[in-house]
Design a protein around this ligand. Sequence first.
Ligand SMILES: Cc1cc2nc3c(=O)[nH]c(=O)nc-3n(C[C@H](O)[C@H](O)[C@H](O)COP(=O)(O)O)c2cc1C
Length: 212
Amino acid sequence: MNSNIFRKLSYGVYVVSTWDNGRPTGCTANSAMQITSSPATIAVSINHDNYTNQCIAESGRFAISILAEDSEPSIIGTFGFRSGREVNKFDSVKYSVEDYMPVVSDSCGYIVCNVIDKMETSTHTVFLGEVVGGEVFGDKEPMTYAYYHKVVKGKSPKNAPTYLPEEEEKTEEKKTRKFKCTVCGYIYEGEELPEDYKCPVCGMGPDKFVEI
Ligand SMILES: Cc1cc2nc3c(=O)[nH]c(=O)nc-3n(C[C@H](O)[C@H](O)[C@H](O)COP(=O)(O)O)c2cc1C
């Protein structure tokens, strides 16, 4: 099988959020899709090891914030390369409570769902959600997964269902030095890594970068 064919599937980039006993939490996800229009139903695939999985299972609800091309890239890093077990992700990301759920303000809008069913795979739970609310914030262009890779030059961690092992090591031309963020995998190219540099994806400083 040629696993590159998976790169031809199209996705968006979302923050799937929920409550953890009154504390907002969530993770970055690309695996959200609309299953039916009436009644409106959405599915998301969340890794068993992600804290968000157990929080959705316990709360029975989730929201999807649809990130925009101009959404702050560090939102993807905060929600996609750290765990709600260790950090309060919403402390550093502006949000509002809509239809009783926490949603990211710097986004195209949100969809809120009640979990109506779930299916277990060996690594991920597919949560099926009946849509109970949603709103559009302004006229922003939604970020596609391809845009995240090509323009933001972001990576996906192992817990993302679409992770491909070669992604980690894939590099472009070899004319400058390359420094890799050990937290999110972002690659900085240049002569030197500036002392005040902050990773555009996860916000980490130069101490988290290694030359490759
Ligand atoms: C671009 C991107 C897409 C991702 N897509 C998914 C996904 O669809 N499902 C999933 O379970 N994890 C996905 N992840 C990984 C989770 O966001 C990541 O494991 C996160 O740290 C889990 O946080 P938590 O432990 O607080 O739930 C993705 C990460 C990135 C950066």
